[in-house]
Design a protein around this ligand. Structure first.
Ligand code: HEC
Length: 114
């Protein structure tokens, strides 16, 4: 009986966990997390490739900015005005941040060799 109780508890907690993980609402059309700035990202970032490129990536603001610069320099991505770029970067860094569990934060520049 004890073992059964444990199993039930385990099942209940994993069910709760998956509900939690699914709490983010996803835009059905693109697969992007619905949040402020999503529409701007959808408009500008799903023209050449699917939003899967975005949803499979993670990064801090600098990482996202360097991906955007790379596409602008080599892949024909247009330039954004400052406000649009800020909206896009804020959306990306908030909703697709570096994953905490599998990767530590980057060292701050004062901890890196000169
Ligand atoms: C003008 C076309 C174009 C637009 C618009 C565009 N991209 Fe890309 N992007 C590309 C191309 C081309 C690749 C490389 C595809 C490949 O590797 O086959 C790419 C790759 C990527 C990758 C994968 C990079 C990697 O390291 O694997 C990400 C992430 C990405 N884009 C995000 C974005 C975001 C965010 C936006 C909106 C700000 C955007 N893209 C808009 C052309 C574009």
């Amino acid at each position: 009986m004890k073992k059964l109780t444990k199993t039930v508890l385990l099942l209940a907690s994993s069910a709760l966990l998956s509900i939690n993980l699914n709490a983010q609402e996803i835009d059905k059309e693109s697969g992007l997390i619905i949040a402020e700035g999503m529409q701007v990202v959808k408009t500008n970032c799903t023209v050449c490739h699917s939003a899967k490129f975005i949803t499979l990536q993670k990064g801090d603001r600098d990482t996202w900015l360097s991906m955007i610069r790379w596409m602008q320099d080599t892949q024909g991505l247009w330039k954004f005005d400052a406000k649009t770029e800020d909206t896009i970067l804020t959306y990306l860094e908030k909703n697709y941040p570096p994953s905490q569990s599998s990767r530590r934060a980057n060292l701050s520049s004062d901890k890196l060799p000169k």
